[in-house]
Design a protein around this ligand. Structure first.
Ligand SMILES: Nc1ncnc2c1ncn2[C@@H]1O[C@H](COP(=O)(O)OP(=O)(O)O)[C@@H](O)[C@H]1O
Ligand SMILES: [Mg+2]
Length: 236
């Protein structure tokens, strides 16, 4: 059984169906990409995993336990970190204070110093700026801070929504390099992205969502060779 199992999700906003019988899974240790254009339903799917959106039907389980009806904070305590689109930071707090705010569940509070040291290893740019207010960081640095704050909870699984969106190309490369390095820490990743090319370069497998349907799925090496993917998503 996979670490995260999403089975037959149907989801509506009012009368409009946003997800159609969507199933996917993420195995322990994998980096899996959920790809698709703006409006495809990617964020909606993540929100059904974290309990923020209730699907009309379908089930989600994590490490063999059903997440149906489980409140968001309990899901986080089970070891899932969710970084929403536009990754949020506390603007009037320093980098260090932002990281301390991520030391949750409470058990993480005791080890927050070691956690922050680990984050400074992963994100040297944050270390150099540890006393700086988050509001003064560049877009890419804010995104790194949001990632680091999420990682302070010592998650087993990270859900990253549009990490690369709006970042300068050099920052995208840096942020994706860090995602890839999370493997060494035993962290599993579900990467939700519009940036198809770079996501496929670092992910093991991908699912392509189109208008609320899974249009394609498979190992990234195969999908990158797929003529439809090349034409529709890679501009080749
Ligand atoms: N809160 C909402 N109320 C109504 N419709 C929504 C809401 N959130 C998203 N949608 C619609 O659901 C579809 C999928 O949106 P979303 O999951 O945000 O896509 P993506 O993250 O892939 O860009 C879109 O058509 C969007 O307009
Ligand atoms: Mg989205």
């Amino acid at each position: 059984m996979a670490m995260l199992e999403i089975n037959n999700i149907n989801c509506f906003y009012g009368n409009v169906q946003a997800l159609w019988d969507v199933s996917m899974n993420v195995g322990e240790g994998e980096i899996v990409a959920l790809l698709g254009a703006n409006g495809a339903g990617k964020t909606t799917l993540l929100n059904t995993v974290t309990g923020l959106v209730k699907p009309a039907s379908g089930h989600v389980s994590f490490m063999g336990k059903s997440l149906d009806g489980v409140p968001v904070h309990s899901i986080m305590e089970m070891g899932i970190a969710y970084l929403p689109e536009g990754g949020r930071t506390f603007p009037d707090m320093s980098i260090r204070e932002n990281l301390e705010m991520g030391a949750y569940p409470r058990s993480m509070w005791k080890t927050r110093k070691a956690g922050i040291d680990r984050m400074f290893e992963l994100f040297p740019r944050l270390k150099e700026r540890s006393k700086q207010m988050a509001s003064t960081l560049s877009g890419g640095e804010k995104q790194m801070l949001a990632m680091a704050r999420g990682l302070m909870s010592n998650p087993k699984l990270c859900l990253f929504d549009e990490l690369s969106y709006g970042l300068a190309p050099i920052m995208v490369t840096e942020v994706f390099r860090i995602v890839q390095s999370l493997r060494e820490d035993g962290i599993t990743v579900l990467l939700v992205e519009q940036n198809v090319k770079q996501s496929m370069e670092i992910a093991d497998r991908a699912y392509v969502l189109e208008n609320g349907h899974i249009a394609l799925e498979g190992p990234c090496c195969d999908l990158m060779d797929n003529s439809y993917v090349k034409k529709a998503y890679l501009g080749l």
